[in-house]
Design a protein around this ligand. Structure first.
Ligand SMILES: Nc1ncnc2c1ncn2[C@@H]1O[C@H](COP(=O)(O)OP(=O)(O)OP(=O)(O)O)[C@@H](O)[C@H]1O
Ligand SMILES: [Mg+2]
Length: 431
């Protein structure tokens, strides 16, 4: 039986299946209204792997572009999206902003001509390289950044003028620059300093409607701080944690509704199956999408029950393997070759991502102190565990989702059964 599977383990979630995040959405909507009113507010979404940063960024984009209302209000921003990787450069970033604007705006001849004159410095650089203007050596990075700020400010102002509709097809409330995976920014990019100077310069050039939104792992704070200590102040941090049990249950209902709108054969879920999915996923959005996907595809009788959930999760090529491959295997197998290292991770996973002392690890570790020391050293080097500042010999796993995955992955089958079947024993995460 081939039914279209409604769960989305491999991509950010669409607006129809987006659950929770109410407090973050409230803050983001407020920031949009402030920016529209000329008091620009920037933000950063932080959270561990798979927690839903990109999904929230996408949902925010739909609001910002006016596809989803804010209460009874609606905004209309021009949104430019980028993501960073270890090879990103300032010129590359500027080019991509320019390209994105080109794609969005050059629908008419006046719009095309505005952009080509407004961003003429880039063509110069394409033609002569970064260091040349009119054949003379000029541009240090500073000049490049200043020209960029100037062009961005001019564009931002132009698209919000009263006659913008006739030129660009719409009058916008301002410009939003979204940068995903911002924690990947290489040190040389000096992203904190780049963005701080950019927003200040853009304002100096008279644009009060530019908003910057970043998303990345919690290490993003350090990346920003390292390149400019006060760049952190520019961004309101919105940390993302797990979803509530109600949110997860809603995702399941929503997914089945979508499936049943598409497929001729109608699928349901029984109470034990639902509780099993909720317990296994612990509120992690990437877990619910994968466990849901695997249970749905394992089911053959159109009722997802606890057995479908269990086989979907732990069977061959099941959800646990998929999640491991996609998010954690690198940390659990590839980055660490030794069994003793994995033993330390298993011991630490019992405390999720809370601090654990070395004597506590030692008391459960089967091996010599030297092996344990080496293991801890290697795990720290690879940033899989973190050391507590000011307290020697205290460590924790970086990500709670990873701890939870290790626990499930290495559990005794008997313990697993009770984990899947336990209902309502988990605390609701604070909202
Ligand atoms: N609010 C949500 N409601 C339902 N599903 C969600 C939600 N947020 C994320 N998901 C699902 O969780 C998974 C991970 O989401 P996403 O890619 O947005 O996370 P991320 O934090 O950006 O991950 P990464 O660290 O890998 O970049 C996806 O399968 C997505 O469909
Ligand atoms: Mg992402």
């Amino acid at each position: 039986m081939s039914r279209v599977n409604p769960f989305r383990p491999n991509s950010p979630v669409g607006p129809g299946m987006f659950a929770g995040r109410l407090s973050q959405l409230r803050a983001l909507e407020e920031a949009l209204l402030q920016t529209r009113a000329g008091q620009p507010k920037s933000f950063m979404l932080t959270g561990e792997r798979g927690i839903g940063k990109t999904s929230l960024l996408q949902y925010f984009k739909w609001i910002a572009q006016g596809h989803i209302d804010i209460a009874r209000d609606r905004v209309n921003f021009l949104v430019v999206e980028l993501d960073l990787d270890a090879s990103s450069t300032d010129l590359g970033l500027i080019r991509r902003v320019n390209l994105a604007l080109d794609r969005e705006l050059t629908k008419t001849e006046p719009a095309r001509s505005f952009l080509s004159t407004g961003w003429e410095f880039l063509q110069r650089i394409e033609a002569f390289g970064v260091g040349l203007r009119d054949g003379k050596q000029i541009a240090d990075a500073e000049t490049l950044h200043d020209e960029f700020a100037h062009s961005l400010a001019k564009t931002c102002n132009r698209i919000s003028q009263a006659d913008a509709t006739s030129v660009f097809g719409a009058q916008y409330d301002g410009l939003i620059l979204l940068i995903d995976e911002a924690d990947n920014a290489p040190r040389a990019l000096r992203i904190g300093s780049f963005l701080k100077l950019l927003t200040e310069r853009v304002q100096r050039h008279g644009c009060e409607h530019l908003m910057v939104g970043l998303a990345g792992m919690p290490a993003l704070r350090e990346v920003l701080r390292e390149s400019h200590p006060s760049s952190l102040r520019l961004f309101d941090e919105l940390p993302l944690d797990t979803l509530s049990r109600d949110d997860v249950s809603w995702v399941i209902d929503r997914a089945l509704r979508v499936a049943n709108e598409t497929n001729d054969e109608k699928t349901t879920i029984d109470d034990a199956g639902r509780a099993g999915l909720i317990n296994l996923s612990e509120g992690y959005p990437h877990f619910i999408q994968q466990f849901g996907y695997s249970a749905f595809s394992t089911d053959t009788d159109l009722v997802i029950d606890i057995e479908d959930v269990r086989r979907g999760a732990f069977g061959p090529l099941g959800a646990m393997e998929k999640i491991g491959d996609r998010y954690y295997r690198d940390d659990f197998y590839n980055k660490i070759q030794k069994d003793s290292y994995r033993q330390v991770l298993r011991i630490m996973a019992d405390d999720e991502n809370r601090w654990v002392t070395k004597p506590a690890i030692r008391s459960k570790f089967r091996g010599t102190t030297t092996t344990l020391d080496n293991a801890i050293h290697a795990l720290r080097e690879r940033k899989i565990i973190l050391a507590k500042e000011g307290e020697r010999g205290t460590y924790r796993l970086q990500h709670r989702g990873f701890a939870f995955w290790i626990k499930l992955y290495t559990s005794d089958p008997k313990d697993l059964q009770s984990q899947i079947e336990a209902t309502g024993k988990h605390e609701e995460p604070a909202t």
